[in-house]
Write a new protein. Structure first.
Length: 337
């Protein structure tokens, strides 16, 4: 195992282990799980040098393990949050730690898996999204976002001056509708019946998770599960918001956008958070080579770089005036380049 592979595994699995231990034991551990995802990550990014190297590896074993850990962690956490072992403060800390983990690490891993050409891996990533009540992202990301990224036809491309909260509603609704329309058109093109639309799986699978959650934790557990899914979805949308803010492709007089290039996505070279997020921070190369496994992603020399690590920039995006003060001049610089 190389040093880089070990860092990917350590950074992505350590928070999951801390969350599981916290759910089973309470005490100071829920707070520690939250600190690992926030303070420890920020400190490690400051202490470790920036990293722009890549590795010729697939990362499949870790991705499968992370997906299985995710599917095991969800019921464990719901039972802990709905039960009597933890007090209110412990539950609050655990809730936010889990939401961050699901929305950052599980999302990054599911994103990795749905891009894999192997059907089993693609479906595993799809079920991770379904468990977050966000199954439609599987279709919307592949069929809408990657096709129309950095244009106004992509609901997940954030526009200069657009605050996150307005963007979040537009992106959620737009991606749901856009993904459905794209799947419907795809089925018509290949001559398959409408009932083969994967949206039935997304909605039916979500209903199964809701039913299981209700059986595990009753009404309280169900409400907490839905809240956790919402928290995770917010993290996912924050990631898209930050990584595409204000970067639009130029269009020809005929309305055709220029090819996607490195300068159409924001990136981050911060080593620890990049490892925790499975190199999702190398977003320019991902859009250039969507099927490239995360360890092999590069960081182009001409790619826009975020001024702070991606998780920190996502937190700043929750305060729109501060976000615009930092990012609007940077977006203008790349627009005018």
């Amino acid at each position: 195992m190389t040093r880089q592979t070990a860092l990917f595994a350590f950074a992505s699995l350590l928070p999951a282990g801390g969350i599981a231990f916290a759910a089973l034991n309470g005490g100071v551990w829920p707070l520690m799980a939250l600190v690992v995802l926030t303070g420890v990550t920020a400190l490690a990014d400051r202490l470790l040098p920036e990293d722009r190297s890549s590795a010729d590896a697939t990362g499949t074993a870790l991705s499968v393990l992370l997906a299985l850990v995710h599917l095991a962690l969800l019921p464990l956490v719901v039972v802990a949050l709905a039960g009597d072992l933890l007090d209110r403060g412990e539950k609050i800390a655990l809730f936010f730690a889990v939401g961050l983990y699901l929305g950052q690490v599980s999302n990054a891993n599911a994103h990795e898996l749905i891009h894999r050409p192997q059907r089993a891996l693609h479906r595993l990533g799809m079920w991770v999204y379904i468990s977050l009540l966000f199954g439609h992202h599987t279709s919307a990301h592949l069929l809408v976002h990657h096709r129309h990224v950095a244009t106004r036809r992509d609901p997940n491309t954030s526009r200069r001056g657009e605050g996150f909260y307005r963007y979040m509603i537009r992106a959620w609704v737009g991606s749901f509708k856009g993904g459905y329309a794209a799947e419907k058109a795809r089925l018509a093109r290949i001559g398959r019946p409408a009932w083969r639309n994967p949206y039935w799986v997304y909605l039916g699978g979500g209903a199964v998770f809701i039913a299981v959650t209700y059986l595990l934790g009753g009404t309280k557990g169900l409400l907490l599960y839905v809240a956790l899914a919402g928290h995770a979805q917010t993290q996912l949308l924050l990631s898209d918001y930050v990584q595409h803010y204000g970067l639009l492709r130029k269009t020809s007089p005929a309305g055709k956008p220029e090819p996607v290039a490195a300068h159409h996505s924001w990136n981050s070279p911060h080593q620890y958070s990049s490892a925790m997020l499975l190199n999702a921070t190398r977003h320019s190369d991902h859009h250039a080579h969507p099927a490239r496994a995360y360890p092999a992603l590069d960081l182009p020399a001409d790619a826009p770089i975020l001024p702070r690590p991606l998780p920190l920039m996502a937190s700043i995006a929750l305060v729109p005036p501060l976000w615009r003060r930092i990012m609007d001049p940077l977006a203008d610089r790349w627009r005018d380049a």
